[in-house]
Design a protein around this ligand. Sequence first.
Ligand SMILES: NC(=O)c1ccc[n+]([C@@H]2O[C@H](COP(=O)([O-])OP(=O)(O)OC[C@H]3O[C@@H](n4cnc5c(N)ncnc54)[C@H](OP(=O)(O)O)[C@@H]3O)[C@@H](O)[C@H]2O)c1
Length: 248
Amino acid sequence: MVEDNTKELWTREGRILITGAGQRVGLHCLRRLLERGERLAMTYHTERPVIGELREQGVICLKADLSQAESVEMLARQIHDEVGPLRALVHNASAWIRDKESDTEYAAVMQDMMQLHMMAPYLLNMRCQNLLLKGRSPLADIIHITDYVVEKGSDNHIAYAASKAGLANMTRSFAKRFSPEIKVNTIAPSLLMFNEGDSEEYRQKTLKKSVMGVEPGPDVVYQALCFIMDNAYMTGREIKLDGGRHIR
Ligand SMILES: NC(=O)c1ccc[n+]([C@@H]2O[C@H](COP(=O)([O-])OP(=O)(O)OC[C@H]3O[C@@H](n4cnc5c(N)ncnc54)[C@H](OP(=O)(O)O)[C@@H]3O)[C@@H](O)[C@H]2O)c1
């Protein structure tokens, strides 16, 4: 008989920490996990009223600028002091920055993208390894949120795509390094939610890129997070959430 260890995975001690969870996908996942009674922590960069509401609900909220190495180091210390054992670490924080047109700005964009999408997850994974191992269950999770453009490339978000590709590669390296106690996996979405101000023309053009042709919303990421955390035999892998862009 196959042993069902799902319950143990969900009821272990330790918080699920999501970076950049003050809005949109991260906030949605946080709220859905709260509904399930999970113990949570999050990071944010911009002060918003929702941060106070989350604190009232028992979420540990830590402010950090993940584009600054010193701030990431400070955050790692705060996680040790204020959060403690981790059930999962979800690297969601991101900025979708276009490559600039002026040559004085090229380096700045690439530096910001590498810092936010690669250096910050790299440092936090290294610094928090011992916290992820302290849970009761034998398994903990690191989850990297990347992007469909890792596969396809992008002609006007080159630095963004490259930095997300670096993060995708780290999934495999960390999965090797931290196995078997910590599983490390990637979720690679294409369009989840449009941004306010996206034109109707842009929306229609983007919807046509996938065979499913819809804006799925953030819950598909929550579903993928749950699948990864519930599954005891997947590491170094990627879940693609792209409505079938590859077969369009
Ligand atoms: N939305 C989509 O359609 C889509 C498509 C493909 C991939 N993805 C990926 O899915 C994830 C979630 O997407 P999303 O649209 O919800 O992301 P988002 O709203 O653009 O960004 C998530 C959070 O990242 C934080 N962040 C940005 N720069 C930061 C910095 N320097 N320091 C600390 N935090 C910083 C922001 O925090 P504050 O708000 O507190 O400033 C923001 O709330 C991202 O990793 C994204 O790349 C999304």
